[in-house]
Design a protein around this ligand. Structure first.
Ligand code: BG6
Length: 511
């Protein structure tokens, strides 16, 4: 193991003191709560990052009590950890997290539920000294975001008095298009101040995504070539092997574009394309990201391609086509793959295409941002046994095996000037001891300490929808032809390759 030089003043010191707080999860029995939110809280608790005065409150329609709710969550987490080959659940940490937990059965569409919730929060506050701080987590269907916030406000639960804060985390999807995102922002900002709203995009919690800022701005050697003078184009790939699982009804009306592009993919682009912020303060960073979205040109119809998977194989396993998945129409025209060419029309990026692609049931789970540099002049190698020079790529690998790679050309040992393309490779796993994390840890921690840097602001969300809206409009009037058009376990539909070919380029291999 090589020595790591830590340049942090005190690498173990918490960034800020974690305040006392209650966290109320709406949708306490839901999939998101079990799979991501509670495991993240457990990791935070285990790492000693939660206040001793932290109370978890579950709210759902199902009848039950705190004991049963917590037990169900623990069993789920234990089996997920076992399946992932992680060590056994740490009972002490789990008990610390859940000892004071409360559960409330309630119908979120009824006003009296919120009155009751207010009483519960008051009594928990008296008992555990929470100083009135509450984080509401809306892990419910997006149609409830507006109404739940209205009810919380009507019951006085979002009111901030003196030091007492009240915050709301809103999950994805934030709107279905530009108009609905605008309407939702307008709706919730009637009751809440923007500083109280934490719009979640869990990609921003991923370690490598955050590292892009460190990589760009903590190193003196890359930034001067990070522009249209040196970069030919950028490829962003978010490839998944999973299909739509049990989420058919959600996915049918959502599709790959809405599910992934204006949110996750755009956040990746923003990290790579933004100008250096004045500081890492939330609004300084978010202003620069908003500038990127504002400079993006609305996508053109001919620069978008969509696809849908048919039956195929993942490794040895036969998997059904999208149209055969549960809760999916047998003639569905929902896309499970989308690729587009985006353009950021500003001083740094004008003329540098950003190609993005994302899809389900692709050959490999693989998320990367790859920057291709312009080629060196070939002239010098004309008389050498070199047909052409390999490309220089800088690859930011988000998952799996988070890290950064640089590919460049080197002379092959021997008497002749033969050139091979080689790689320099940094992986997180090799350099740092990483605790298991799903990205939600950082984001929930940040919401509790009131740091919105990694959350989306209202204007960013709307600017992003504005860019993809032409594709949505086009698809609303034109049925796709030839669906399904890619085999599960493949690299995606032919139209995607054709799109790059028209520009004289090719996609990188997935994986
Ligand atoms: C979610 C999408 O937001 O992100 C899913 O709704 C997708 O469809 C998921 O599978 C991908 O996230 P991750 O962290 O598993 O890469």
């Amino acid at each position: 193991m090589r020595k790591i030089h830590s340049n942090s003043a005190d690498a173990t010191a918490p960034r800020k003191v974690m305040p006392s707080a209650a966290m109320v999860i709406f949708g306490a029995h839901g999939d998101l709560t079990k799979r991501l939110v509670v495991p993240a809280l457990y990791h935070l608790c285990r790492a000693g990052k939660l206040s001793e005065h932290f109370v978890l409150v579950g709210m759902d329609r199902t009848d039950g009590d705190a004991g049963g709710w917590v037990q169900g969550l623990k069993e789920f987490l234990a089996s997920a950890m076992q399946a992932a080959g992680q060590e056994r659940i740490d009972d002490k940490a789990w008990d610390r997290l859940t000892a004071n937990a409360a559960y409330m059965q309630g119908d979120i569409t009824r006003s009296d539920t919120y009155k009751q919730l207010g009483e519960l929060l008051d009594s928990l506050d008296k008992k555990h000294g929470l100083e009135g701080h509450v984080l509401f987590y809306l892990a419910v269907g997006d149609r409830f975001f507006g109404p739940v916030i209205d009810e919380l406000a009507a019951a006085g639960l979002t009111k901030q008095v003196a030091e007492r804060w009240r915050r709301v985390i809103v999950e994805k999807p934030f709107g279905h298009d530009l108009a609905s995102a605008k309407a939702l922002n307008e709706h919730i900002l009637k009751s809440l101040d923007e500083s109280q709203v934490f719009r979640m995009d869990h990609f921003l919690g991923k370690e490598t995504v955050q590292n892009i800022m460190a990589f760009r701005f903590a190193n003196g050697m890359f930034e001067h070539m990070w522009n249209r003078d040196r970069i030919d184009h950028v490829q962003v790939t978010v490839a998944e092997t999973v299909g739509v699982e049990q989420r058919g009804s959600f996915y049918e009306v959502t599709g790959a574009l809405r599910d992934m592009v204006p949110n996750h993919v755009f956040q990746l682009i923003a990290m790579v394309a933004m100008e250096p912020p004045v500081s890492f303060a939330a609004d300084d960073v978010r202003n620069k990201k908003a500038d990127v979205f504002a400079a993006m040109l609305p996508v053109k119809g001919e620069h978008v391609c969509r696809g849908q998977y048919g039956a195929g194989h993942l490794g040895d396993k036969a998997v059904p086509g999208y149209r055969e998945e549960p809760h999916v129409a047998p003639d569905s025209s929902t896309e499970t793959y989308v690729a587009m060419r985006l353009e950021i029309d500003n001083w740094r990026w004008a003329g540098v295409p950003f190609y993005v692609r994302t899809g389900k049931r692709l050959t490999k789970r693989w998320t990367e941002i790859a920057l291709r540099f312009k080629e060196a002049p070939y002239a010098l190698f004309q008389d050498a046994p070199v047909d052409r020079l390999g490309a220089n790529w800088l690859i930011i690998q988000i998952q799996p095996d988070e890290g950064i790679r640089l590919s460049f050309n080197a002379k092959r040992p021997g008497t002749r000037m033969e050139i091979d393309t080689v790689e320099m490779d940094f992986t997180y796993a090799e350099w740092f001891n990483q605790e298991p994390a799903n990205g939600y840890e950082t984001l929930i921690f940040d919401a509790l300490i009131g740091d919105a840097t990694l959350y989306q602001r209202a204007d960013q969300v709307e600017l992003a929808w504005r860019v993809v809206q032409p594709a949505l409009d086009l698809w609303a009037t034109r049925q796709p032809s030839g669906f399904p058009d890619y085999t599960a376990g493949s690299d995606g539909p032919a139209c995607s390759d054709a799109m790059l070919k028209r520009d004289g380029r090719v996609w990188r291999k997935i994986g």
